[in-house]
Design a protein around this ligand. Structure first.
Ligand code: AMP
Length: 213
């Protein structure tokens, strides 16, 4: 099962990816989480990526393609994977096709989640994340425990720098310009399934499953 989750920032790719990961027992690979980790660890890749994330721009294709190429070679991807936040540009999608085809593999489905733009802004500004394990919270619907530590790993839950209002608008613009063309890209290869993200988490999950099975 090789899946891609597509959609604007804040549509719920991370949460749906976690549910799919549990259901199919395959890793969810979030390129945003990987980038935040390398930035935290101040690796050369992290140092290169930091300013892009801070301003809500995409990191260069070559940087993220290298990261994903390495990650997909891990043993845990043998039975498949769920990509969350990658590809985000047409050249990234072409690169992904290339590395999969080297192993005679293809994607099974690309799940595109759509929600209204005003809901995106509300969700992103209320989102909180555990920087250590990536667990997601929402201050309105699913807040972190009162002591502000993650329910999964006990580390600190924070607001992402790029979930602040100044950067959210920029990220939505970047999505429209760079990532939206991927819908057509995957539609033309017959892989795209569309899911309405204006629904509660469990219902969206059920819809995804029924579209896939
Ligand atoms: P996310 O957690 O998916 O919202 O990603 C956070 C940030 O990481 C994005 O705003 C980009 O700066 C960067 N990023 C994540 N995935 C990619 C990608 N596939 N291509 C380029 N930049 C990315």
């Amino acid at each position: 099962m090789r899946l891609v989750l597509l959609g604007a920032p804040g549509v719920g790719k991370g949460v749906q990816g976690n549910l799919l990961k549990e259901r199919y027992n395959i890793p969810k690979i979030s390129t945003g989480d990987i980038l935040r980790e390398v930035i935290n660890n101040k690796t050369p890749e992290g140092i290169e990526a930091e300013a892009f994330l801070r301003s809500g721009k995409l990191v260069p294709d070559s940087l993220i393609n290298n990261i994903v190429n390495k990650r997909l070679k891990n043993d845990d991807c043998e039975n498949g994977f769920i990509l969350d936040g990658y590809p985000r540009t047409v050249p990234q999608a072409e690169f992904l096709n290339e590395i999969l085809s080297k192993n005679s593999e293809t994607l099974d489905k690309v799940i595109n989640i759509e929600i209204d733009e005003n809901i995106i802004i509300k969700r992103l500004s209320n989102r909180r994340i555990c920087l250590s394990c990536g667990e997601l919270y929402n201050m309105l619907t699913d807040p972190p425990p009162e002591d502000g530590v993650c329910r999964v790993c006990g580390e600190k839950v924070i607001q992402r720098e790029d979930d602040k209002p100044e950067t959210i608008k920029n990220r939505i613009e970047v999505y429209k310009k760079e990532t939206q063309p991927l819908k057509e890209f995957y539609e033309s290869s017959g892989l795209l399934v569309e899911v309405d993200g204006n629904n509660d988490i469990r219902n969206i999950h059920k819809n995804i499953i029924s579209l896939m099975e």
